[in-house]
Design a protein around this ligand. Sequence first.
Ligand code: ADP
Ligand code: ZN
Ligand code: ZN
Length: 818
Amino acid sequence: MAHFINLVLPIPLERHFTYSVSAPEAKLLQPGMRVSVPFGKSKIYTGIVLSVHTTAPEVYEAKEIHQILDDTPIVTQIQLKHWQWIADYYMCTLGEVVRSALPGAFLLESETLVLRNRDAEIDEQDLKDDEFLVFEALQHQSVLKVHEVAAIVDRKNVLPILNRLLAKNVIKLKEEVFEQYKPKLVKYVRLGIAHSSDEALETLLESLTRAPKQSQVVLALFQLQATSKKPISTSELEQAGNSSKAVIKALVDKGILEEYSIRVDRVDFDGTRDVSAVKELNSYQEQALNDIKTAFDADKVTLLKGVTSSGKTEVYVKLIEECLALKKQVLYLLPEIALTTQLISRLQEYFGEKIAIYHSKYNVQERVEVWNNVLLAKNKAQIVIGARSAMFLPFSDLGLLLVDEEHESSFKQFDPAPRYHARDAAIVLGSMHTSKILLGSATPSIESYHNVKMGKYGYAEITRRYGNVLMPDMELVDIKEAQRKKRMKGHFSERLLEEMTEALEAGEQIILFQNRRGYAPVLECLTCGHTPQCPNCDVSLTYHQFRKQLRCHYCGHHSALPESCLACGSPDLDTKGFGTQQIEQEVIKLFPEAKVDRMDLDTTRGKHAYEKIITRFEQQQLDILVGTQMLTKGLDFRNVSLVGVMNADALLNFPDYRAHERSFQLLTQVAGRAGRTKKRGKVIIQTYNPYHQILKQVTTGEYDNMFEEQIYEREQFKYPPVNRIIKITFKHKNYNVLNEAADWFSSALKTNFGGNVLGPEYPPVARIRNQYLKHVLVKMDKKESAARKKQHIKRIEKSFNAISMYRSVRVVYNVDHI
Ligand code: ADP
Ligand code: ZN
Ligand code: ZN
């Protein structure tokens, strides 16, 4: 009897592939194992076995596989089921899901690029002959393709060799590598607690009369403390006291001075000296925890709505502890892992090495290691913290799923396919495991809160900040009025400047939020009004002052700043609008003494650049941080007393049905960075529309009002969560082909779905990277079967692709989140 396997290959084709295997191979193979197979004329792919059977394919002759790569499955049945769900729901192929789900090292193929791993010492004795050949070739040539390796070892079948070389650290795959960042700890000093009263100090100085060097240091410290409320670093004291490390160390040894580092001692920085890591919940947290458990008992996905700094994380910690006690696995999803070093170190304090971190930018080895640890349900990876790709790991017994900051739009993957929403897809995964599922946010998404209101989700809330810290005091400042009265300095209102001066004098830190990077969005000719455009995209170029460049934020195109208008030759060019960079420069002029830095996509490109800025701010080496929405993500800075929003209007006017929801979330979150300790924080929001409904709701914290209004609008205009929505994007470099194709597709849709098809329409930016774009929206009633409609659309796509002129038009689906 002939034996066959069905495979999924990591390519965007709908069908699965059948290959033939021998009887012993068939006996060995199980679904979820990898095999390498020939494909097309000369390609090699790694595929995942879906089934083993004896039915020969009808239309083609099955090829033989090259090799079985695993002894046991590396992908579980639940994963395959989940991935198929993702493919169906988000209208892509299982192959595309597989490509995005598995670490690259699992999917070696003929086009993979292999490099020598220069970080590892290699003992040539350890290498087998064929391995040595590859190793040697990589001494002469920096990069090899897998099929070139095949020529070198004179074998078709090289994936096993490469897998061995990867395991021995001899090679690595070409891809972006992301290493974990360890912040440099700055040492600070203060007087030991026994000496901090005035009398104690006097006694102390007397006792030091015979150690003049030491008493000089103590006096210097005393002076520094009197003039500045900021923490004093050891090196600062060394300078001020005209002293040395040895003298300071002697004082520390005597217990007269105390050394600490802000990062580690953050908990007791206020002088409270409770270092025990485990925290007891306060009554509000306790209540929330109980409500969550009650909802869990009713098998409900549960939403925890807790204001910023209410201590949601501590509630998660209790749930994690309980899950660990049951020996089950925990998945903790976060919007962006690079942005959460703070949270990770906090959780590591509690759970130590039980925590594994998973991120698509970690290097191959690390990712494979975490994958295997999760697969084997090792202790080391009982708690997985990760961004969206972590939900693709091979959990065997997922007990708890946490989705923190569940409202964040970065849970949605836009490119490439699968274009999934990690919160939604993770909930499906969680229910396949019958795990407990908790979503958390200070500003829940309209969808999740809607699910609560409809009785579908359970609910718990914390309405107070931990430790009775007050919610920040928010003030709207009318800049239209201020401009009319000429009361602005650059982009700063008098009110904002007053508050900034006060905060700086008190040694407190300030965050300034401007949701636009660059110096100014556009350059404008004062004579003819021309603004330079990107040659590849339909957008104006952004002016970046630092490099004196014009840049396109869509395709990366850049050119030098022109000296005169390219249209009329006039030298009178001006900038319109403003970005983070300009704010930073104005701040430097207004407050020359203050230490200022900026955090946006431009300043955080380098390796660890983001973490470095965060750490410097945490360690209070910076007074003012200017930034974009990167600043809003769950950061917990103890010493920030003032947040300034430079201009709230750009957010509100964004052409998107979620603009108001997003503005509410963003402004509330950025405001939440202020005043996390005893003193009440201050937030100044500058705007041209101080009477805008959303701004009022933000300042008064009226989430429920905002929600009711948004739901009403979504009902009126048939948007989610009341309706379902699919956006179909067509892309082509030829304008006419695109238009015809989009018209054809949308009229086929309209024949079937009638008035619920909108478009085709050009998006606000109708050309990106020389590709023209057009959108069609399909709205669906929640009562209809979405699955059937999606299949229908896919059938239309098939007929569409049968028309030769349209075959080169790309069709992209975005479901729910558009
Ligand atoms: P959220 O995630 O809701 O914004 P966090 O969990 O970051 O809030 O908590 C805010 C601050 O309060 C943190 O510094 C945290 O350490 C502290 N905190 C929260 N709950 C407790 C508790 N039960 N005991 C001691 N400190 C707590
Ligand atoms: Zn001009
Ligand atoms: Zn461009």
